[in-house]
Design a protein around this ligand. Structure first.
Ligand code: NAP
Length: 513
């Protein structure tokens, strides 16, 4: 069986001891073994800071952009192989794997393009300059410079390609080296991506390191200029946020955690119109893409009471038609969950949601011969969402969502959405400007992104689950309070913002104004 090594301090290092076994979740066949025992995490952090950091900071934005374009091209040249690894180790359909792998190369390319726009500079300006005294000669300007540390990128199992690439795109363009730490269970794809990039030598030494297996004591070796960008469960997020060394040294930490995303259907829509059709189509896609293992997947579906029965039946019918199985078979539309633990958690979650509602379609019956970590697309109904609890607090990380009635007013919909205590995204489907406006105002403080599905964009809509490089990804409260992507603002996590004050002429010369 293949052993996945880590790439640290300029060499490939295999972990000591037994290690964890990575499997194919459709067949439970063992694919690889990996572990990080014995790795000198302090040396890895130092290597990033002392070798990777200076090399990246010596480059201007254009040069870093070229490097990222080369990364994107290098990975894209191996696209088929990478998609195959997503299928084998992630249980992805080919289309799921494309979402992840093309999302990774596309985001690197998008940031390369943003970097080119910054030209040959090494310092970014933050906002406009300001006059500080009576004369315009005394001037102030905020600037952004790369932190002189290393960025530790810890990711969840569901996006082994895009997950680290979207973080690395921001960090590397900002000029900060990265240590990539994917979830162990699906690390095969990330491992291969790093192997390709190391072999093609598209980054300076020290700019990209990779840990296969647990993060060990890495966080205890981070210092004041370092960054931790974490994506995963709220539970692990709390552990990292409360890490003693990170607190003591004010290490910057960004947390992207779980989220109970909602989709709201406006009242009074023609059931056969483009907007109502879009709603049903996208709900089904968001529930089943990557077998519902997306932080942005829709978990709570709010439908006006008058439309509830019809919409419930339409979604249930579409879900029943989805073919589940080993995704090496081309006609399969949904694969398994990634691990046996995820399957157990999903079953527990469905049971908890069913205890305060009812299963409309799907449920916990085994699929096929019981081999593999499959769960059926499951729609639940909760008829009294204002009195319910579980549906607003329990994220079932699988193809599972609950449909609920509301009275058709923006106020009632907003009240229910807010019970999720902060989400990555909420989708509103409607064509009435007043309804949309009221709901946008009610939902914006509680969501990182609002997706507005309407007749005019029905033919170009990408679905609420796709995080866009130019738009912010991250939500308040339960979603972790983080912010990633969002164009150049995504670099902020990796930069120090400093106020400069002095002679305007001197500032202009220093900053090339
Ligand atoms: P997880 O168990 O919290 O693990 C996430 C990552 O943290 C893994 O790489 C894991 O490594 C690592 N980790 C665990 N304990 C750690 C510790 N004490 N110190 C440092 N690293 C540690 O989450 P998951 O099961 O992989 O992912 C599912 C969750 O992620 C869901 O709740 C989902 O909503 C969330 N998610 C959120 C977003 C978002 O953008 N907001 C995106 C995707 C997923 P090991 O695998 O080696 O244990």
């Amino acid at each position: 069986m293949r052993t996945l090594a880590s790439y640290v301090y300029g060499e490939w290092v295999e972990g000591q001891g037994e290690g964890a076994v990575l499997v194919n979740p459709a067949t439970e066949e063992a694919l690889a073994v990996t572990g990080s025992d014995g790795i000198d995490f302090a040396a890895a952090a130092a290597h990033g800071r002392e070798t990777g950091g200076p090399a990246l900071r010596a480059m201007n934005f254009e040069e870093r952009a070229e490097m990222m374009k080369a990364m994107s091209e290098s990975l894209h040249a191996h696209r088929d192989e990478l998609l195959g690894l997503g299928v084998a180790n992630g249980g992805n359909t080919r289309s799921d794997a494309k979402f992840d792998v093309d999302g990774a190369t596309g985001t690197l390319a998008a940031y390369a393009s943003l970097g080119r726009g910054l030209g040959d500079k090494k310092i970014m300006l933050a906002g406009e300059g300001v006059q500080l005294g009576r004369s315009a000669r005394y001037w102030g300007q905020h600037i952004l410079t790369p932190r002189e540390g290393v960025a530790v990128l810890i990711n969840a199992f569901n996006f082994p390609a895009w997950g680290w690439a979207e973080k690395a795109a921001c960090s590397l363009l900002a000029g900060v080296p990265v240590i990539v730490k994917p979830a162990t269970s699906t690390a095969l794809l990330t491992f291969r991506m790093v192997e390709i990039l190391v072999s093609d030598a598209v980054l300076p030494e020290g700019a990209l390191q990779y840990i296969s297996g647990s993060a060990g004591d890495l966080l205890s070796h981070l210092t004041e200029q370092d960054v931790v960008a974490f994506t995963g469960s709220a539970k692990t997020g709390r552990i990292i946020r409360g890490h003693e060394n990170l607190l003591a040294r004010s290490v910057k930490v960004n947390v992207e955690a779980d989220s109970l995303n909602s989709a709201v259907l406006a009242p009074g829509l023609d059931p056969d119109g483009d907007t109502a059709r879009l709603f049903v189509r996208e709900i089904v896609k968001e529930m089943t893409q990557k077998a519902g293992q997306k932080c942005t997947a829709v978990r709570r579906i709010l439908v006006p009471s008058d439309d509830l029965d019809r919409v419930r039946d339409e979604i249930a019918q579409a879900l029943s038609a989805i073919r589940i199985g080993d995704t090496v078979n081309g006609d399969v539309r949904m694969g398994p969950l990634a691990t046996s633990n995820q399957l157990r958690d999903a079953h527990e979650g469905i049971a908890a949601l069913a205890a305060e509602g009812e299963i409309v379609v799907g449920g916990m019956d085994p699929v096929g011969d019981g081999k593999g970590y499959f769960v059926r697309p499951t729609l639940l109904l909760n008829s009294d969402p204002a009195a319910a609890r579980e549906v607003h607090v329990r994220e079932v990380f699988g193809p599972v969502a609950t449909i609920m009635p509301y009275d058709g007013t923006p106020a009632a919909a907003a009240d229910l959405v807010r019970r999720g205590a902060g989400s990555l995204v909420a989708a509103i489907y409607g064509d009435d400007v007043t309804f949309m406006g009221d709901l946008v105002a009610g939902l914006a403080p509680w969501n990182g992104r609002l997706y507005l599905g309407s007749r005019k964009v029905a033919d170009m809509a990408v679905g609420s689950g796709a995080a866009m490089p130019l738009l912010k990804h991250g939500g308040p409260g339960r979603a972790g309070g983080g912010a990633e992507l969002g164009g150049l603002s995504g670099l902020r996590l990796y930069q120090q913002r400093t106020a400069l004050q002095g002679d305007r002429g001197l500032l202009n010369k220093l900053l090339g104004g």
